[in-house]
Unconditional design. Structure first.
Length: 277
């Protein structure tokens, strides 16, 4: 999982570096390589590509692709560390959505954990000058669609092979990116081709390593380690993009992660984590 977070941070850095290109184009190159891999895997193993729960799989692919587009777009409007941290507020929305629409019970102590994370969001918004209202709105929408995605994955459960789930996600993301490219394509020049290829490779490696991690270990134990991606992203942001963070914004990021990690360690909803991808 730690290697997965490193490669996800590298992928996010590629997106940030290629900010002059449209979000849809970035999504297309990020997804295409993984789609080729997942499709090849399913065909080689003779696993039915369309799966058993077509409607849920389609919705999971759509919400996942939407979240990716929004996240890549948000990276154009804020620092790398802030964007990654704020996207991890998705579990807050998982809790809210499951309480409102699925009748789940959240204990009082968990609401305290969520309040810690929300206070962290307020600190980041208030003290990170790179986080404007438009960027914040986009990243929150990305978190909400991520939350819906996690709930859908939980609904799908083990009735479909994990690679079928990933394949639907990558297929929808590739098609979404390709459609968007019809309106905002910008031909890469020189070294940019290398970074676009690297974007796809790092995304593929990160996705495979993360999926494998969740296969071999309990999700509630593995999931908190994914927050290490924030540390790697902060490091890349400072070292590569010369991002500057105030003490308050770093404190806010720490509070967001602290609240989410405490909650992830405290309880699994109905015996299943909503944090597994």
């Amino acid at each position: 999982m730690l290697l997965s977070t490193l490669f996800f941070a590298m992928m996010n850095s590629m997106v940030k570096y290629l900010a002059d290109y449209g979000a849809f184009q970035l999504v297309f190159f990020r997804s295409l390589g993984t789609l080729v891999f997942s499709m090849s895997f399913l065909l080689y193993r003779k696993i039915p590509i369309f799966g058993n729960q077509t409607k849920l799989l389609f919705l999971r692919g759509f919400t996942g692709a939407s979240s990716m587009v929004l996240f890549f777009l948000a990276l154009q409007f804020m620092t790398l560390g802030s964007a990654v941290t704020l996207r991890y507020t998705a579990p807050l929305f998982v809790a809210l959505l499951t309480v409102m629409f699925m009748g789940e019970k959240i204990k009082f102590i968990q609401w305290i954990f969520f309040a810690i994370s929300f206070a962290g969001v307020v600190l980041v918004k208030g003290f990170d000058a790179t986080v404007n209202f438009f960027g914040l709105t986009i990243i929150i929408l990305s978190s909400i669609t991520s939350a819906i995605t996690y709930i859908l994955i939980s609904k799908i459960g083990s009735k479909d092979h994990y690679m079928v789930i990933i394949n639907y996600f990558m297929l929808m993301a590739t098609l979404t990116g390709a459609f968007g490219c019809l309106f905002e394509w910008k031909t890469p020049q020189g070294i940019a081709w290398f970074y676009f290829i690297l974007l796809g490779i790092t995304g593929l490696i990160a996705q495979v390593l993360m999926t494998k991690a969740f296969q071999i270990g309990p999700a509630h134990t593995i999931a908190p380690f994914k927050f290490v991606e924030v540390i790697f992203s902060l490091a890349f942001g400072v070292l590569v993009f010369l991002d500057v963070y105030t003490l308050y914004s770093l404190l806010g990021m720490g509070m967001i992660i602290l609240g989410l990690v405490l909650n992830a360690r405290y309880k699994k909803v109905k015996g299943r984590d909503y944090y597994s991808f």
